[in-house]
Design a binder for this molecule. Structure first.
Ligand code: SF4
Length: 541
């Protein structure tokens, strides 16, 4: 079967980093790990071609060649996913769709004429789809019926289908699911509350494959909560450490974890030993009441700023997510988030308005309370909340815009990044005496990185108003955290993206608030007119 695996476009978002990618000559942040895993589960005698629309378009020859088109994507990619399904159908192809978006909102995909829906986790539903095709079935929907696959049987993703030069980072997955119960989270809906992990041998086989294929850069461990099963993650890290050392540190890692990471020094030490550089934490808000409302109890147990400091002081760079718009939230939540980010020195703070995602506990509650405005939640930072909040929407939107603007003020961003790297530089793992006998993986000189370095120095050290501060901080970095300079400059460069993106957030949210207020005014006017008419009719009667 000639099968085209098609990955839809991502819109511009907090994570798209176009400007930074342009600097280093890459086209996308991460490869489509889901689709290359699908490729590994499909019958290996099938002929497979992968097109990631974030790096290239589908050619006429590829469209003509394909007998079957398989697409997968997240909610944020839905616009392009639906357009590509329609394009494939227009060309008379058989089309199958799976992945998180189709699983959450399959009716939207069904409505554009897809032939097969491969929902839930592919380890269970792809074999069902293949069997149906072999029986000659022309359509079908395949579901796991609540069963979750054992990921220890998941094959190594088909990394060989990727163009490595196009991606800034590679991705691998160790676990699925998370033991916590945050009300807004769709991960636990899709993957369950039991963290299912691969075996250490399985993960090392995946990394070995990447090594063999020549990958020598950063790897994002895409788990939604890498430490969901602490016992198993430690087993992995204990086996990974000697493998990494034996190969001469060919990769560095980044991941996502819950804040309770701060309570496990052994785990943090193992992570830094295995070259984990950055960790994304879902902090959401410093307001304890809001954390309780949203059932994120794990963030209420210890003072959050102490937890963040512990993680940074252990040598892990912190990236964190923040949300505004929780029920019962008091005025000034945006400012409190900004103060928290400043205090804890977090350079990259992913800030968004709360959205009710399909099938989450939050969505079910809002439906019951009659407060859901739209079921088709969009999870990027440029859309208003899809439900009626408990304080005025325009107040939340205004705090959100001001907060975003302040977080990505170039001077504040530079100050925070510098302070963050000074703390990192003092971490014991960064101050160990160098082991001169240690093997180092050969990494060819990357001319794109050299070019990027000169552009950063030119833009930040000459053109920007913050130039004197930039040189002062760089000099101090040289004195106090020399080993961290490359990573520090990489983070500094991200302001290029945020200066543009905060303007997009401001313009789009302001336009939607204006539209929303007009609709509300019209609604109030209609209600008033109806009331006057009823009163007039009653008077006549
Ligand atoms: S900790 Fe993160 S992944 Fe786990 S339930 Fe909460 S939001 Fe979801």
């Amino acid at each position: 079967m000639k099968t085209l695996l098609l990955y839809p476009l991502f819109p511009k978002s907090f994570w798209s980093f176009e400007k930074t990618l342009e600097l280093v000559g890459r086209k996308a942040q991460l490869p489509p790990l889901g689709l290359i895993t699908v490729a590994a589960i499909l019958p290996q005698e099938w002929e497979l071609k992968l097109v990631d629309r974030n790096i290239e378009d589908v050619t006429e020859a590829q469209w003509e060649w394909a007998e079957l088109v398989i697409l997968s994507g997240m909610i944020v990619q839905k616009e392009d996913l639906l357009a590509q399904v329609q394009e494939a159908k227009r060309r008379g192809k058989k089309v199958a769709v799976g992945g998180p978006y189709a699983t959450a909102l399959y009716k939207e995909v069904e409505a554009v004429g897809v032939d097969y829906l491969i929902l839930d986790e592919g380890e269970i539903t792809i074999p069902m789809f293949v069997e149906a095709l072999e029986k000659g079935e022309q359509t079908g929907m395949f579901r796991s019926g609540g069963e979750k696959p054992d990921v220890t049987t998941t094959p190594i993703p088909r990394f060989d289908l990727l163009d490595f030069s196009a991606y800034e980072q590679m991705s691998v997955q160790f676990s699925r699911g998370c033991p916590f119960q945050c009300e807004f989270c769709d991960i636990i809906v899709l993957y369950g509350r039991k963290s299912r992990t691969k075996t250490p041998q399985q993960m090392i086989a995946e990394l070995e494959k990447l090594y063999e294929l020549g990958w020598r850069r950063s790897i994002f461990m895409v788990d939604d909560n890498f430490i969901g099963n602490k016992r198993n993650v430690k087993l992995l890290l204990k086996e990974l450490a000697p493998w990494i050392a034996d190969k001469g540190d060919p990769f560095s890692f980044n991941t996502e974890a819950s804040v309770d990471l701060a309570n496990d020094q052994e785990l943090m030490d193992l992570m830094t030993e295995c070259n984990f550089g950055a960790v994304f934490l879902g902090i959401e808000t410093p307001d304890t009441d809001s954390l309780s409302v949203t059932q994120k109890y794990q963030n209420t147990r210890d003072p959050l700023s102490d937890s963040v400091n512990k993680i940074i002081s252990s040598g892990l760079r912190v990236i964190a997510g923040f949300i505004i718009g929780f029920d019962g939230e008091k005025t000034g939540a945006g400012d409190r988030i900004v103060s928290f980010v400043e205090k804890t020195t977090i350079p990259l703070a992913f800030f968004s308005m709360l959205q009710a995602l399909p099938d989450t506990a939050l969505t079910h509650r809002l439906i019951k309370e009659g407060r859901l405005r739209s079921e088709s939640a969009n999870i990027n930072q440029t859309t208003l909340m899809n439900f009626v909040p408990t304080r005025p929407l325009e107040e939340i939107a205004s705090e959100y815009i001001n907060g975003f603007w302040s977080l990505y003020d170039p001077e504040k961003f530079l100050d925070r990044t510098y302070r963050h790297y000074r703390i990192l530089g003092e971490a014991p793992c960064h101050n160990k005496p160098k082991d001169k006998t240690k093997k180092r993986a050969k990494k060819p000189l990357d001319w794109m990185m050299v070019r990027a370095l000169f552009i950063i120095l030119w833009r930040q050290g000459i053109l920007r108003n913050t130039r004197w501060k930039f040189w002062g901080y760089l000099f101090d970095m040289y004195r106090y955290n020399r080993g961290g300079i490359a990573s520090y400059l990489g983070v500094c460069a991200q302001i290029e993206h945020f200066i543009e993106y905060r303007q997009i957030v401001k313009d789009e949210i302001e336009a939607q608030v204006f539209q929303y207020l007009q609709q509300e005014a019209l609604l109030a006017q209609n209600q008033q007119e109806a009331k006057v008419n009823i009163e007039a009719m009653n008077n006549v009667a």
